[in-house]
Design a protein around this ligand. Sequence first.
Ligand code: SAH
Length: 482
Amino acid sequence: MNVLDSELVVAALRRQGWEMAATTAEADAVFYNTCSVRQHAEDKIYSALGRIRSEKEKRPALVVGVLGCMAQKDQALIRARAPWVDLVVGPGQLHRVPGLVDLVLGGGGPQMEVSLDRKAGSRDAVAQSFESYDPDRDPAMRPTPFQAFIRTQTGCDKFCAFCVVPRVRGPEQARPPEAMVAEAKKLVAEGCREITLIGQTVNSYRWADGGKTTRLADLLVMLDAIDGLDRIKFVTNYPRDMTPDLIAAVRDLPKVCHYLHVPAQHGSDDVLTRMKRGYTIGEYMEMLSRVREELPHAAVTSDFIVGFCGETDAEFEATLDLVRSAGFKNSFIFKYSPRPGTKAFERQADDVPEAVKKERNNILLEAQAEVSLAGNRRFIGSRQQVLVEGLSTRDEKRAVNPGPDGVAQLTGRTMCDRIVVFDAPLRLVGRLVDVDIESAGAWSLAGTVAAGVADALPLEALRYSDEAAPPPPTLHSIKLPT
Ligand code: SAH
């Protein structure tokens, strides 16, 4: 979500004549787009603000801005701790950044624009103070030129006891389906081949217009019909909204990736109750078995919090059991971090010692690594369709620059979001290729581009133009060796 917000702010500033600088020393303005989900993310920003202080003292005209969730959460506290900050702008006010920068440069002094607190007015008034900010895009700021995010909704109404997101990103507000389809078509015309729909709980998406209701499954049907688009992903899913129509849409629509991020958060019913997650492990497993039945090779991934308030050894063991048995492709594991303004912060003690959180974090990571390795090994000997994303981390670190025809170690992802590493000409970046999988680690697969595929593609620079290209391989979902 923050990558997308940054893309939009940069696009707006560019239209006003700004350009990206390579370093802060060359910059006339420095913006930090921030996250509040854990304390650690906020600490990093306060340290960065400490580092920029001397630069600001040397060059008082430098504009320093703090954007995003931390701006909404800490508001005036940011300038109290770092008075050299000129701009504090919440995630619901990002459209105002260019105007506010002008005010600062015009001598108007420090500026702060944040949305209403969730309890500061009626739902409508609060919702209106968080403005959706979507139409303007900047291709140069995307993860790659052929991948883009599209927001399905802003905010969140789930109010999990641990989570600050509903407070800092405001009430859940869906975007009209037509706006997203138009945005997708525009992105595809610019060369985009993969779109990832993003919402705090993307599968809760619901748009009612007259007598007609559009849900995520309906939106996927509309996007799947767009010519030139190869892949559609969506994150993050809320377990209770993993409805049969959505699972069927993933099964039946060829462009929709078989990749479902559905955070369980914990393996114990008591902890799930304390977390106010709204489901039991029995219900989660029932959802998972429906997914496995319809999409046998789909990758399901999860988030987990360890060391939540009052978590006992036995409760942690329940999470460990879930990780050992559920077959997640991977899990993102977090140590609980109390967040002001949440129910858990107000009513439950953060009583698990840091050392215990750390130990549980490591144990769970290790268990997941074993499961991930076993899951990935099943792919050895199969042929997978891969969207080539770019140089592998190894060759990126070596600053390899082989030219479009030179062979480098490249990386891409399968339909089920598995990372694949292989040697191939750089001109394959942005294309779908078939790769024969030869080996597997816990976090990636490795293989060789299937004979004929790489050679058949014509020479061309990194423009991803399709004019001279052969027809793309037909889309297929995941097949494993039997
Ligand atoms: N709704 C979005 C963003 C949630 S934050 C989504 O689901 O992707 C991403 C993850 O951070 C959550 O799933 C949860 O596992 C973790 N998280 C949220 N609040 C946390 C907290 N206070 N401490 C530790 N981890 C937290």
